[in-house]
Structure formats: C-alpha cells, structure tokens
Design a protein around this ligand. Structure first.
Ligand SMILES: [Zn+2]
Length: 88
C-alpha cells in the first residue's frame, strides 16, 4: 500500500492527503503557490473547501501561519486556483 503523507489545512485544521491540498510556500521572501508540492521553502496547506476559502481571506489565516502580512494578491491567487479546479 502506498503511503500518502497527511497535512493539516490551516483554515479548518482537518487532515487530508497531501495531494488533495494546495501548498503555499515562502521562499526568498516571496510567496507562491506550489502546485507540484515540491518547491523549497516554508509551506502551509489549504484544503479549498468554500468555507475555508472564505475564512482564509476574512481571517487572513496565512498571515498568522507565516507571522507576516501576505500580499492580497496571494490570497486572490489561492481562491482563483480553487475556482479553476472546480470549474467555476
Ligand atoms: Zn480547510
């Protein structure tokens, strides 16, 4: 049986298979979406449930994780990513 690592969504604190989550990574003081899951740097995971996306932006959940203010564009990029995945 293949072992799939589990990661916790920063919004809902539920555990998911790593491949179900979107990783946001900070590397060289820049934030980006790690769609492949292989980028270097410090990462945080988001599950993409609509309730989580609302909470993410409203509560700026990633600001707390990374202990700094993320650009609004990073939040928008995350939301756009999941909107595209869901075909909306
Ligand atoms: Zn979540």
């Amino acid at each position: 049986m293949k072992h799939i690592p589990q990661r916790t969504c920063v919004c809902c604190r539920s555990k998911f298979d790593k491949e179900q989550l979107l990783r946001v990574v900070k590397f060289n003081n820049e934030f980006s979406l790690d769609k492949s899951g292989n980028k270097d740097g410090r990462g945080a995971y988001i599950c993409g449930a609509s309730a989580c996306l609302i909470k993410l932006k409203k509560q700026r959940a990633l600001d707390r994780v990374f202990k700094e203010k993320l650009p609004e564009s990073v939040y928008d990029e995350i939301i756009n990513h999941f909107n595209n995945v869901q075909g909306g």
